[in-house]
Design a protein around this ligand. Structure first.
Ligand SMILES: Nc1ncnc2c1ncn2[C@@H]1O[C@H](COP(=O)(O)OP(=O)(O)O)[C@@H](O)[C@H]1O
Ligand SMILES: [Mg+2]
Length: 330
């Protein structure tokens, strides 16, 4: 069953469109990533889902019931924002207990048990008596996560929870959030502007741009069959060139380089620059047909075999199934 459904949400701020007829659904236990550039409406969408913001139009449905006007507390979501939003004058444990104090049905002992359990889950047990300023960024964000899961929420809403952290901590916490989310079977919506984060973590990705949804699909579908030129260009490296009045997009790793044309479609090109990247080598070449620059990722072994140098003339080929075609922009 769909845990959550959003139907035709639109929102304007001072006449400026922040969301335009956005629809999506979240399955039970699914991790959905909202991915898009800064300002495309991700936070606004998450806040409307949380009940912290009202839409001008459209509906929010929770477990088969309309929840468009349900107050935030009755939606029972655990929320983590980009900034940790911890109380500086409270310890880690007190911060988590504070979230639980809203629940009047639990007595003190139960609240403490739930807080300690949540802190164990995020490996903060030994740090529970520290204050936020005695914690690293990653530990602060794990405290925020513990506070969100301690209330046994129906779902987790995470707004760029990792973006304030350095790369190494981010990668580790990424794995931890996934593990926790799967172990608890928590339906989760996570906002990110980081495509790698979305691809590695999500069951499905919602790609947004300029207040609209461009595509919804599995990381693989988004990567291999981008629905629009925007999605094609936003996720991973992509080559664009025009052909037969349309626009073509091909991933660098799908292109092949040879000394001789492979087939009638092979394109003549001249090597510009060869960049060693470790396991792969990126070759920049210029197409003879229109001078457009193309980059090709080859396994380094293959690049060595070809012994290509700057200015060499080569032929570039691609299997038709790897070419994404779009109508020319109107
Ligand atoms: N409270 C607000 N008042 C006015 N404009 C807002 C408000 N919140 C968001 N916006 C505008 O709405 C658009 C979408 O913002 P936001 O949802 O925060 O994007 P994102 O999270 O994708 O970066 C932006 O143009 C932003 O300036
Ligand atoms: Mg945002």
């Amino acid at each position: 069953m769909k845990f959550l459904e959003v139907k035709g949400l639109s929102k304007k701020f001072d006449g400026q469109t922040a969301l335009d007829k956005v629809s999506l659904s979240l399955e039970k236990g699914e991790l959905l990533c909202l991915l898009g550039p800064s300002g495309c409406g991700k936070t606004t969408l998450l806040r409307i889902i949380a009940g912290l913001e009202t839409a001008d139009r459209g509906e929010v449905w929770l477990e088969g019931r309309e929840a468009t006007f349900l107050p935030p507390a009755r939606r029972n979501f655990g929320i983590v924002f980009q900034s940790y939003a911890l109380f500086p004058n409270m310890t880690v444990r007190q911060n988590v207990l504070f979230g639980l104090a809203q629940n009047k049905t639990l007595d003190r002992a139960e609240r403490e048990r739930k807080a300690d359990e949540a802190l164990e889950m995020v490996d903060l047990g030994p740090h529970r008596h520290k204050y936020p300023n005695q914690l690293s960024g990653g530990q602060q964000q794990r405290t925020a996560l513990a506070r969100a899961i301690a209330v046994s929420p129906a779902a987790l809403l995470l707004d760029e929870p990792l973006s304030a952290l350095d790369a190494k901590v981010r990668a580790r916490l990424r794995g931890e959030i996934c593990r926790l989310q799967r172990a608890m079977g928590l339906s989760t919506i996570m906002v990110t502007h980081d495509q790698e984060e979305a691809i590695t973590m999500a069951d499905r990705i919602v790609v947004m741009n300029n207040a609209v949804v461009e595509q919804i699909g599995s990381p693989r579908a988004i990567y291999e069959q981008p629905a629009t030129p925007f999605v094609a260009g936003f996720i991973g490296a992509m080559n664009f060139y025009s052909q037969a009045g349309g626009l073509c997009a091909v991933r660098p790793e799908k292109l092949e380089i040879d000394r001789q044309p492979r087939d009638a479609e092979s394109l003549s090109a001249r090597i510009g620059w060869v960049e060693f990247r470790g396991a792969s080598t990126r070759v920049y070449a210029r197409l003879a047909q229109d001078g457009s620059e193309i980059c090709v990722d080859l396994p380094t072994e293959r690049a060595d075999q070809l012994t290509i140098r700057e200015n060499d003339r080569v032929y570039i080929s691609v299997a038709a199934r790897h070419v994404n075609r779009y109508p020319a922009a109107a």
